[in-house]
Design a protein around this ligand. Structure first.
Ligand code: ATP
Length: 318
């Protein structure tokens, strides 16, 4: 088989590791692999490079994606998709693996519905894709954020102030929730749970009254702006509060061991699907098992939110 691979949408740590896993597994099993540069844009332009075993050497530990990523409005239209299909046929590519978020999955589904066998791997730090407990890059990002919060915590203690850390995640609060629990945040503000500024201020105030030397508030970008939360805490409590927006540092850096192993397993699974004639599916990990579900099903569901972990966080912030 001739397998094309592209990375699309926002990049995430572990995308390189996924490309390596798919490429090597495919070649070992007798298939040919083509890297497609710059996502769907490069697909429409025919930016294809043949990949051999050595071409994916020395990328396992690198963040970003060596195939580069892009967003393309043209590809959302039927004409863009037909252009892409023509390029795939011209290059004799018969299967396409897309590593990206839900937008990229929509693109993969569109090609599948036009009769081309496509596959999705969940490449996004946001952990906002259904039918998988973890997306590629999420674990690395959470670890990175925890390290940065540790640093902020040191200086917060010195100055007896409250630090508000705004993290990424788009509409998902998963990065904030997991990083918040792992770094002992006093308050975690996420879009999945209703919250009020008064309650946030009360928790911070009570913490200082109980003898805490700092306050830590982790805010998901989809719930509020860290800057606004800091201003409100100062205004309502009179306590000093400073906001730090972590931004793109969260998306870079070397992938964690978890993300490297996850992508190695997902790469193996996608080749298994290709060889079994199953297509139009997305690969996930559920309860520790690597699984596949139709792209249509994945896109029709919302990713689950861990309510229990949120309750645990509340209990532990006392
Ligand atoms: P992230 O969640 O990290 O941002 P993403 O994959 O959701 O990643 P998007 O920008 O939403 O990022 O999508 C990536 C690309 O997928 C788009 O630029 C577009 O080319 C394609 N795409 C998005 N939605 C559709 C759609 N409905 N139909 C066809 N293609 C789409």
């Amino acid at each position: 088989m001739n397998i094309g691979i592209l990375t699309s949408g926002g990049d995430s740590q572990g995308m390189n590791s996924a490309i390596r896993a798919i490429t090597r597994t495919a070649i070992v099993k007798g298939h040919k692999v083509f890297g497609i540069q710059k996502g769907y844009q490069g697909l429409m332009e025919g930016l294809f490079i043949p990949l051999d075993l050595r071409d994916v050497g020395d990328i396992l530990h690198r963040g970003g994606t060596f195939l580069q990523s892009a967003r393309s409005l043209e590809f959302k239209e039927a004409t863009g998709q037909e252009k892409a299909l023509a390029k795939l046929r011209e290059a004799n590519i018969d299967h396409l693996v897309v590593i990206g978020g839900d937008g990229s999955y929509h693109g993969a589904l569109a090609l599948y519905e036009r009769g081309f066998p496509t596959y999705g791997l969940p490449g996004t730090i946001d952990n906002d894709i259904a039918c998988t407990d973890y997306t590629i890059g999420f674990d690395t990002t959470v670890n990175l954020v925890v390290g940065l919060i540790n640093n902020v915590r040191d200086t917060s203690t010195s100055h007896e102030r409250t630090s508000i850390i705004e993290v990424m995640g788009r509409g998902s609060g998963d990065i904030a929730l997991h990083a918040g629990v792992a770094s002992g945040a006093d308050v975690i503000i996420i879009p999945e749970v209703e919250w009020s500024m008064d309650e946030v201020c009360q928790v911070i105030h009570e913490g200082f009254n109980r003898g805490k030397k700092h306050g830590i508030v982790v805010v998901a970008e989809g719930a509020a702006s860290g800057e606004h939360v800091a201003e409100e805490i100062e205004r309502k409590t009179g306590l000093e509060a400073r906001s730090t927006k972590l931004g793109y540092v969260q998306r870079g850096g070397s992938p964690s061991a978890f993300d490297r192993i996850l992508t190695s397993r997902m790469g193996d699974k996608v080749i298994e699907c290709i060889e079994s004639g199953i297509s139009g599916v997305a690969i996930g990990i559920e309860g520790g098992e690597i699984t596949s579900h139709p792209l249509k099903e994945v896109l029709s569901k919302k990713s689950t939110f861990d309510v229990k972990l949120y309750e645990i966080a509340k209990n532990l912030s006392k």
